[in-house]
Design a binder for this molecule. Sequence first.
Ligand SMILES: Nc1ncnc2c1ncn2[C@@H]1O[C@H](COP(=O)(O)OP(=O)(O)O)[C@@H](O)[C@H]1O
Ligand SMILES: O=c1ccn([C@@H]2O[C@H](COP(=O)(O)OP(=O)(O)O)[C@@H](O)[C@H]2O)c(=O)[nH]1
Length: 238
Amino acid sequence: MTVAAYKRIMLKLSGEALMGDDAYGINDDVVSRIVSEIGEVIALGVQVGVVIGGGNIFRGMKGAAAGMDRATADYMGMLATVMNAMALADAVKRAGLSARVQSALRIEQVVEPYIRGRAIRHLEEGRIVIFAAGTGNPFFTTDTAAALRGSEMGAQIVLKATKVDGIYTADPKKDPDAKRFHRISFDEAIGRNLEVLDATAFALCRDQKLPINVFSIFKPGALKRVVMGEDEGTLVHS
Ligand SMILES: Nc1ncnc2c1ncn2[C@@H]1O[C@H](COP(=O)(O)OP(=O)(O)O)[C@@H](O)[C@H]1O
Ligand SMILES: O=c1ccn([C@@H]2O[C@H](COP(=O)(O)OP(=O)(O)O)[C@@H](O)[C@H]2O)c(=O)[nH]1
């Protein structure tokens, strides 16, 4: 029998990645593929929490840059993550798996509020818990929400599925000579000011000794490889 390296994981899915090649919103094929990959790790007996982004619909910084009040724009960004969470949960259910959405902002006619003990119970029951509305606070990101919920849930690792296949010496979209790290320590990642995750998320994970793996959301099978402890993407360690 194949044995996963982790019993409980916190997966951060970028909102923008859900768009696929579309200009906006949620691409059904992309979401179905992600769901089937999550299904593969659930089948290994791994408990899966998901923190979902909202960048495909609204980003607070963009609103603020256009002259909006930053906190107002950030609340709009958090609401965008609730829509993504609902779409993902719906796709999970269509795939025959079980999911619950918990929101950091109260919106109870729509989804459950975030209640830590209840979320842990859902995970123990084998349900995928989708954490919506980030941390519930403006001026934060969903990367930080993944670090926070990962810590609260007692996850053994935070997995950031994103547009690049790991952490590079510089932004690989801007610098073609950038080299990928297989492993990097928190101190080095923070010291080098690498922008692939925000500093708050890095710092929280470092304090909690919660490792992070950054890998490509577009690479089929990458999630399972990470969960099996194989060399995939970049591991950030203490
Ligand atoms: N050193 C780096 N290594 C890898 N990616 C980097 C680095 N610096 C900046 N990036 C950029 O960070 C992006 C991922 O961060 P972000 O856009 O916040 O992702 P997400 O939407 O998945 O949260 C990548 O698409 C990449 O262009
Ligand atoms: O704790 C949080 C998490 C998110 N956001 C807002 O929600 C938006 C969408 O989240 P994010 O940019 O992290 O999504 P992603 O990049 O993963 O698509 C952000 O731009 C912020 O405006 C916030 O204010 N607080």
